[in-house]
Design a binder for this molecule. Structure first.
Ligand SMILES: Cc1ncc(COP(=O)(O)O)c(C=O)c1O
Length: 376
């Protein structure tokens, strides 16, 4: 993973940030031959190439494109893989806006979308139809944290001639090697760990040789472009993603283990924990975990969970994750599921463990648990 060439940039360690729309050509001959390295800002600059080449190396992909958000990466990956008349399979644990995109854009285009149990594994074979072209996966789901058996699903999908797409934002390109596990198109909400500082929205989509030609074609046709400053911040974030993730994982594991011992907690949803039902799959397929996990509070109502959340001072209340700071929210998976049921009686909260001092974070949660008890 490099994405930089100091020798070509007067020795400066980082690539220049090129603000550009127009590219001027030496002659009409060069202009028409397509021999120039760059043609127009929207179709790529040395700055966007620095980030996409670093990600392509890291992912082991045939190529990578950038999108203006993580959600745009999910929608682009799907658009590049489907056509009218197809049937596609999407995990029931999918990030909810991806489901919304499918119902508001794909279904009206004549694509049949069927949701499946995230724990289905190779039994997914029973859901295939003659026109099934895509299986969309997310491992683990970013709210409910079920671990999916990606290699088993990919084996079936490939036998049936379908593509496998993975939203790998939780796994990151460091901890889950998408293409080695049978994925054809892998997505990062770069907004999270790649950027890492909660100051940029960005998505990345990388593909293998089979899926790349159509992905780059649809990306160009859609006119997606990400501004150079945001691309640069993502490239800068990427340089430290490994050390940040190691700390996120260390602190998250310590807090998750501590929460497991608390009487107020029913269950902690974090595949890195030995007690998690997805632990064996995680251990087999992943080389690490990030800082995001769920906590089911014992017999707690939404109002009681919110009393906990509202009392937190160090954890912010926010929808994102992957930044340096800790975040918390209340989640209700039962409102979006259609193929499976979410039957937990206690309220679910989601925590993102940031890079703050772990004892301070525990103290904040301790106060939150006291507020929960007081609300009962
Ligand atoms: C798993 C997952 N995928 C995709 C996204 C979308 O990313 P963005 O917020 O950059 O659109 C998110 C955002 O929370 C996410 O959690």
């Amino acid at each position: 993973m490099t994405g930089r060439d100091p020798a070509a940039n007067h020795g400066f360690v980082n690539p220049p940030v090129i603000h550009a729309s127009t590219v001027c050509f030496e002659s009409t001959e060069v202009m028409h031959s397509g021999s120039a390295p760059y043609h127009y800002g929207r179709r790529g600059t040395p700055t966007t190439d620095a980030l996409t080449s670093a990600l392509t190396d890291l992912e082991g992909a045939a190529g990578t494109v950038l999108t203006p958000s993580g959600l745009a990466a999910c929608s682009l990956a799907l658009l590049a893989a489907v056509k009218t008349g197809d049937h596609i399979l999407i995990t029931d644990s999918v990030y909810q806006p991806t489901r919304h995109f499918s119902s508001t854009v794909l279904e009206p285009m004549g694509i049949e979308v069927e949701y499946y149990d995230p724990l289905i594994g190779s039994d997914i074979a029973s859901l295939f139809k003659d026109n099934t072209t895509v299986v969309f996966t997310e491992a683990p789901g970013s709210q409910t944290f079920e671990m999916q058996d990606i290699p088993a699903i990919a084996k079936v999908a490939h036998e049936k001639g379908a593509l496998v797409i993975l939203d790998n934002t939780w796994g990151t390109p460091l901890h889950f090697k998408s293409f080695e596990k049978g994925v054809d198109i892998t997505i990062q909400a770069g907004t999270k760990y790649i950027v890492g500082h909660s100051d940029v929205m960005l998505g990345t989509v990388s593909a293998n040789e089979k899926a790349w030609p159509r992905l780059i074609e649809v990306h160009g046709a859609m006119g997606y472009h990400v501004g150079p400053n945001d691309v640069y911040l993502a490239l800068r974030g990427l340089r430290t993603m490994g050390v940040r993730l190691a700390q996120h994982q260390k602190s998250a594991l310590e807090i998750a283990k501590w929460l497991e011992t608390r009487p107020e907690v029913e269950r902690v949803l974090y595949p890195a924990l030995e007690s998690d039902p997805g632990h064996a799959l995680w251990k087999r397929d992943f080389t690490g975990a990030c800082g995001l996990f769920g906590v089911i509070l014992k017999d707690a109502s939404k109002a009681q969970a919110c009393a906990l959340l509202d009392s937190l001072e160090l954890f912010g209340l926010g929808y994102s994750w992957g930044g340096f700071e800790s975040l918390a929210l209340y989640a209700n998976p039962s409102t979006s599921r259609t193929a499976t049921e979410w039957n937990e009686s206690g309220a679910l909260i989601r925590l993102h463990i940031g890079l703050e001092n772990v004892n301070d974070l525990k103290a904040d949660l301790e106060n939150g648990l006291a507020a929960l008890a007081a609300a009962k």
